[in-house]
Design a protein around this ligand. Structure first.
Ligand code: ATP
Length: 234
């Protein structure tokens, strides 16, 4: 579904991503794990078209997208839930969700899709008329995910959904991520929390200072000595 080939990204003189290649197949949860500053967010921002690569290609459903504008990429079915959620404060929960469907060409069944989001996240229905600023961190993560789902994505990009959340919320969010996969959405998940990410991922890649240093199934990576030592305190 998504093929990243020999991708390099620079910020001025700094090379954040160094000639990396990986792929995500339809129906999978693939995770990119790595420490702070390894380049995880840069990869997501490049897939979304917010950052342009200095070399390499990104192919989505058989077509190059690294030269395409972000809006068109979203229209083709890629949605990103950014690190730190970025919900629109000052707008209600429902208004935030409505913004998710803004770029959609097919406006059919918006009410049904909103209902599906409320069924997945009942707390958002309870709070639909509340200012998004009043939500807890976990609820804001749910709202950001709900907003992305309103674009009806084929591929969902999640940037550190566990960040800053209490363990009980992390468990709930990761359960929901698996559920979204079961209902047919492919997921690329970026995480510093290697333990939770590898438990639900079909496959993973370990990123270190802009390079992929290890790859395997979620189970293989969880069991690997390198991952245990570097990321799981083992
Ligand atoms: P984090 O978990 O902190 O977001 P990350 O793995 O997502 O880490 P990136 O944010 O992609 O890492 O950063 C990769 C490298 O690029 C880092 O060295 C970072 O300092 C640098 N970088 C990121 N954004 C910029 C920017 N806008 N300008 C200059 N350098 C940047």
């Amino acid at each position: 579904m998504l093929k990243v080939k020999n991708l390099s990204v620079h910020y001025g003189m700094i090379q954040a991503i160094k000639d990396i290649s990986f792929e995500v197949n339809e129906g999978e949860i693939v995770t990119l794990i790595g420490a702070n500053g390894a380049g995880k967010s840069t990869i997501l921002r490049t897939i979304s078209g917010l950052v342009k690569p200095s070399s390499g290609e990104i192919e989505y459903l058989g077509k190059p997208i690294h030269t395409v504008a972000t809006r068109k990429i979203v229209e083709q079915g890629i949605a990103q839930v950014p690190e730190g959620r970025h919900v629109f404060k000052g707008l209600t929960v429902q208004e935030n969700l409505d913004l998710g469907s803004f770029t959609r060409k097919d406006k059919q069944n918006l009410a049904g899709d909103l209902e599906a989001v409320f069924e997945r996240f009942p707390i958002l229905r309870e709070r639909k008329n509340q200012d998004a600023a009043t939500l807890s961190g976990g609820e804001q993560q749910m709202l950001a995910m709900g907003r992305a789902l309103m674009t009806k994505p084929k591929l969902l990009l999640l940037d550190e959904p566990s960040m800053g959340l209490a363990p009980i919320f992390i468990k709930e969010i990761f359960h929901i991520i698996q559920d979204i996969q079961k209902q047919g959405t492919t997921i690329l998940l970026i995480e510093q929390n290697a333990n939770v990410a590898l438990k639900i991922a079909n496959r993973g890649y370990v990123l270190e200072t802009g390079n992929i240093v290890l790859t395997g199934t979620g189970e293989e990576l969880l069991a690997s000595d390198e991952v245990q030592k570097a990321y799981l305190g083992g």
